[in-house]
Design a protein around this ligand. Structure first.
Ligand code: PLP
Ligand code: COI
Length: 343
């Protein structure tokens, strides 16, 4: 085995067609045995449920090469259970959690050459996806599905890596109160596409979405949860009272790291847009985003500037970033069960 000849430090967050993927199909009420395949293409009937009523859910996690040459991934059990929750919400059959983890292992091992080298700054992004292949024409769930996992090496999600970004308060909503914001379904991202194109055209890296009910509270961005650091150096994490924030695995891990490794107090509560100017630091967190510092929020032309500024990560966000990535890369001892050894 030898690594692919890629310039790992400059690959960006893009899709590369790796050699292998894992596929299992659901038919006649059960999942088949599943297998590794080389075929990256999918042939669908024109009345496949995914094409009409958007029955699709997905996940995102990463595999890392550690300094001593192992390949590991981070808390895949939580991706497996979140995907079950997402599937149930869209009336899709869940792919069993233990099979999910086994499939991640198989597909990463098969694509070992695509796992970026330790220290390169890149990682292997793993994208499990499940969609309705069965026929529908009336509005109802399909009865056939495909579960697939493909991988692609990725660099930083935001251009410039760890440089602070500027985000804007969006006039669009990402998720309805008590809708599907708390699951990882493609339909939520379709909702956000016009908003992100608009934000990019205006020079912003991401959108901050407010709660759709009162447009008063901060929810999350299009692809990451939000963290704030208050004037006392403690962590404040927005909580939704309409259950419309995705339960980020990175955010849940950071909350534990903040408490147990850094001794910070953590306040998980609804956060009003009009109190954000009191905070010292802001970050976006997620599998793709890791922890990306935010220097400013633009609220309809009014700038909310964080003390940490536009040059580097603030000190608390930096500590959280270093500790979390140290745990993920095997350099800092992880809590029991967080680091899953693939090889
Ligand atoms: N919020 C949204 C809307 C996302 O797309 C993601 C990415 O997965 C996250 C939050 C972060 O979740 P996680 O940390 O589980 O990757
Ligand atoms: C992830 O972080 O895994 C996501 O799915 C976010 C997406 C915007 C790439």
């Amino acid at each position: 085995m030898s690594k692919k000849d890629l310039d790992w430090s400059s690959i960006g967050f893009n899709y590369h067609v790796a050699d292998y993927r894992y596929v299992s199909n659901f038919k006649d009420g059960k999942w088949d045995d599943g297998a590794i395949t080389t075929d990256s293409k999918i042939v669908l009937s024109e009345d496949a449920g995914v094409l009409h009523y958007a029955q699709e859910v997905f996940e995102g996690l990463k595999a890392y090469e550690t300094e001593d040459g192992h390949i590991v991934c981070f808390r895949p059990d939580l991706n497996a259970s979140r995907m079950e929750d997402s599937a149930k919400r869209l009336e899709m059959p869940a792919f069993p959690a233990e099979r999910f983890i086994k499939a991640v292992d198989e597909v990463v091992k098969a694509n070992e050459d695509w796992v970026p080298p330790f220290g390169s700054g890149a990682t292997l992004y793993i994208r499990p996806v499940m969609f309705a292949t069965g026929n529908v024409i009336g509005v109802k769930p399909a009865d056939e599905y495909q579960f697939r996992i493909f991988v692609t090496p990725v660099g930083p999600y935001f251009k410039g890596g760890a440089k602070p970004i500027v985000v804007k308060v969006s006039d669009f909503d990402r998720a309805a109160p008590h809708g599907t914001g708390n699951i990882k379904a493609g339909l939520n991202y379709a909702m956000s596409l016009h908003a992100i194109v608009t934000a990019h055209e205006e020079g912003f890296a991401e959108n901050v979405y407010l709660d759709a009910q009162s447009r008063t509270y901060i929810e999350e961005t299009g692809g990451a949860n939000i963290l704030f650091v208050d004037a006392d150096g403690n962590l404040v994490v927005p909580k939704s009272f309409t259950n419309s924030i995705l339960p980020s695995i990175t955010r849940r891990s950071i909350v534990q790291v903040a408490k147990d490794y850094l001794g910070l107090a953590v306040d998980e509560r609804p956060v009003r847009l009009d109190e954000v100017h009191n905070f010292k630091e802001m970050g976006l967190c997620g599998t793709a985003a890791v922890i990306s510092p935010v220097g400013k929020i633009n609220d309809h032309g009014k700038e909310i500037c964080f003390e940490s500024g536009m040059d580097e990560m603030g000190p608390v966000i930096k500590k959280l970033y270093d500790t979390l990535t140290g745990i993920q890369m095997g350099e800092i001892e992880a809590p029991e069960g967080w680091v899953h050894i693939i090889k």
